[in-house]
Design a protein around this ligand. Structure first.
Ligand code: AMP
Length: 210
């Protein structure tokens, strides 16, 4: 059995055509189901639908062989147990810092409060810039934190930037370009090499076609 862990939400929507190109088709409509595991047109391939951070955990422990996850998740919580095989060039966005439009420049004296779900990325980014920052972990709705004075800045992914503008924020620093990646458990790649190699080659060859 090959188990493929998919990231739900907008990554999933763009992943399904790539899987279809590799002749992997779920047996029911994932978007309309509350199930978390789906059989496919192949008896030996199943799909899991999870949050990105959980996709990495399933692959790391070998509970899934293969997965699709945002580069932001890999930057935050990568690991030695997995290989990043291909850039799937889907769900593209940017990782940015942002702050309130009317806010003054960062002051060198005071510590910056930064709200984000990307604690590790934020810690590395501000340290490299030599900025003293206290990182506050949030699980969503980061844009609210500066408005409510919980934080001076946020670190979040930005696509059109409309969510920032709608909340009176503006992007400040570019941290990284983000897209979804095909990731494999290292041990699975050894044990199931032939199956996984042909499957991942088919997915990779469909990149850019959808
Ligand atoms: P935006 O288009 O910048 O208004 O993005 C809207 C929200 O969607 C942001 O708050 C992000 O957290 C989220 N978002 C943007 N791009 C992606 C993506 N590629 N994958 C997952 N979430 C995203």
């Amino acid at each position: 059995m090959i188990t493929i862990a998919l990231t739900k939400g907008r990554i999933l929507k763009d992943t399904l055509p790539l899987l279809a190109a590799a002749d992997i088709v779920p047996e029911e409509n994932i978007a309309e189901s509350r199930k978390l595991v789906f059989s496919t047109n192949h008896d030996d391939v199943q799909l899991l639908v999870l949050r990105g951070i959980d996709v990495l955990t399933y692959i790391r422990y070998g509970a899934a062989d293969l997965g699709v996850v945002g580069k932001d998740m890999l930057m935050e919580d990568g690991g030695d147990e997995l290989y990043e095989l291909h850039d799937l060039a889907i769900a593209r966005c940017r990782l940015m810092t942002a702050r309130q439009t009317q806010q003054v420049e960062r002051s060198a004296q005071s510590r910056l409060k930064v709200a984000t779900k990307y604690v590790n990325i934020a810690q590395r980014f501000y340290a490299e810039k030599g900025i003293q920052a206290d990182i506050i972990k949030l699980y969503g709705g980061m844009e609210l934190a500066p408005i409510m004075n919980l934080a001076d800045e946020i670190v979040d992914i930005v696509d059109t930037g409309k969510t920032l503008v709608a909340n009176g924020l503006e992007p400040v620093d570019f941290i990284a370009d983000i897209s979804s990646r095909l990731v494999v458990n290292k041990a699975s790649m050894k044990v199931k090499y032939d199956q996984l190699k042909s499957l991942t080659d088919l997915i990779a060859s469909a990149v850019g076609d959808n």
